[in-house]
Structure formats: structure tokens, C-alpha cells
Design a protein around this ligand. Sequence first.
Ligand code: IMP
Length: 199
Amino acid sequence: MTLSSRRDGVGNDDDLATSVFSKDIEGVLIDGPQIQARLRELAAEITADYAGEQLLLVGVLKGAFMVMADLARHLDLPVEVDFMAVSSYGSSTKTSGVVRILKDLEREIADRHVLVVEDIVDSGLTLKYLLRNLADRGPRSLEVLALLAKPGSARPELRVRYQGFEVPNVFVVGYGLDYAERYRNLDCIATLEPAVYAD
Ligand code: IMP
């Protein structure tokens, strides 16, 4: 089956179909323009919600680097940005919930409005750890934006206030998300051919 026939109805496939990634991509779940349109909607909500306030965006590396860059450009607010890097122990496609901070924030967040920007909430264990850790630092407010969520991850204690899309319970790559550090630079969210995992 050709790439474009597998991906009917998902918008403009031409660039990806001819790209170096084409043989690895099984299908596109969310294309680039859909992501940008949803980020503009979320940014409008955030702009209204934080009107008159200073907002600190905390991106969770590495996966959130693209959503941070695009979201920040759509916000009509004075924002500062900072990043944390965490590693979750587990297999290459599942986290175990044991999280280690590899890079912490550069500044204190006490009394600041903080919006954590995540790529995807799967089990929610990484986010749960991060929220507990950041809440202990006394921010004035602490909210979460996650571009993607998998079914079942919307537990109330996770408080994902701004959610981009729900994706099915499959491993996805692109737009910041990787498999073995690859595919982060795709502008869409895609699934991989099973053969990629067998390599
Ligand atoms: P959680 O702790 O299970 O919610 O997983 C959180 C982290 O695992 C995310 O921030 C991603 O970096 C990674 N992750 C979870 N699901 C996927 C996926 O489908 N593709 C790529 N990375 C994922």
C-alpha cells in the first residue's frame, strides 16, 4: 500500500510522501495545519485567561520544544520561557513513573503564574511527578497545556487545562515526539511502520 493511499483525507501528503521519512511512516494522525489551527485556538484562550498577567511557560524537554515555540508565537501576552528536562525510566515506548530531573528551571517560580507545556500525556506519571515537584515551589498558579493525550490520561488530579488533541492508544512520533531520538522534526503527528520497531 502506498503512503498516500494509507493517509487519505489527512490533508497535503505530498511533502512527507517524498521525504526521507516516507518509508517509516505508517500514517498521519494530525497534520501540520491542524496542529497550528488548534494551537491558535488554545493560545487565544490562554491570552484571555491571563490578560494583564505575566506568564511563565515551562517546557518539558525534549518533546515539547516545538509546541513551546509555536504556542509562544501565538500568545498575545508578555511571557517568559524556561525549560525542564526529565528522564523517565522504562522501556523505549513506556514510562515507569520513576522520574529524574536532568535539567531544572533557571529561576524561582514562587508567586509566578506557571503554565507547564507538555508534548503528550500517556500514563500521566511524568506529569504527576512534575506537578507535585513544581507545586512545592509555591507558584501563584500552576496549569498544564498538553498538545496530546491518550485515552484514560484525563484523570482529575492531572489538571490538564488546555488540551490539543486526544490520540488513540498507539505510539506516535513527530512534532517534537521521538522514537529512539528520531522523527522529532516531522511537522505532523504520525504512527510508524511496525518494521521500524523491529530494527
Ligand atoms: P507518561 O509519563 O506515560 O505520561 O509519558 C510521558 C512522556 O513519555 C511524554 O512526555 C513523552 O516524552 C513520552 N511518550 C509517551 N507516549 C509517547 C508516544 O506515543 N510517543 C512518543 N513519546 C511518548
